[in-house]
Design a protein around this ligand. Structure first.
Ligand code: NI
Length: 167
């Protein structure tokens, strides 16, 4: 397994629309394993392929305390949502920035597993937030996009400054 580099906002590659996965092969399995390792090492509760510059529709999630409940969703789609909740979010692509975002409280996701088998999964609370956040990445959307233009501009400037200082 290998650690993958994570793109940092406002990198324009984070805005790309990801394409559906069609081949459920060894290459996909390696990518999923590397993404899980990268997420755990960061550490984070979720990671989407476009964050590691692979523009394919897959995400990994683990919101458990013990960090032993890895979930993989390939070609995930929200098929039902209910309620709303406000939660403070962060993102491995937006280091050091946290902000409240309102999302559905309960969701039902349809996806495929690493062998191409379709399944449905229901989630609520933090798990539902995390899955919605990661699916947004597949559509080129970052949680910062939900904030006011003024806040977005501040975050962009702060991260660009940090990037310059770390060069
Ligand atoms: Ni994120």
């Amino acid at each position: 397994m290998a650690l993958l580099g994570i793109l940092t906002y406002p990198d324009p590659r984070l805005l790309e629309l990801s394409q559906a996965v069609e081949q459920f092969d060894a290459e996909l399995h390696r990518l999923l394993d590397d993404m899980a390792e990268t997420m755990y090492q960061a550490p984070g509760v979720g990671l989407a392929a476009p964050q590691v510059n692979v523009h394919r529709r897959l995400i990994v999630v683990d919101v458990s305390e013990q960090r032993d409940a890895l979930q993989e969703f390939i070609n995930p789609e929200l098929v039902a949502t209910d309620g709303s909740q406000e939660c403070e979010e962060g993102c491995l692509s937006v280091p050091g920035i946290y902000a409240n975002v309102t999302r559905a409280e309960h969701i039902r996701v349809r996806a495929r597993n690493r062998h191409g088998e379709a399944f449905e999964h229901e989630a609520s609370g933090l798990e539902a937030v995390c899955i919605q956040h990661e699916i947004d990445h597949l559509d080129g959307k970052v949680f910062v996009d939900y904030l006011s233009p003024l806040k977005q501009e501040r975050i962009r400037k702060k991260l660009q400054k940090q990037a310059r200082q770390s060069m």
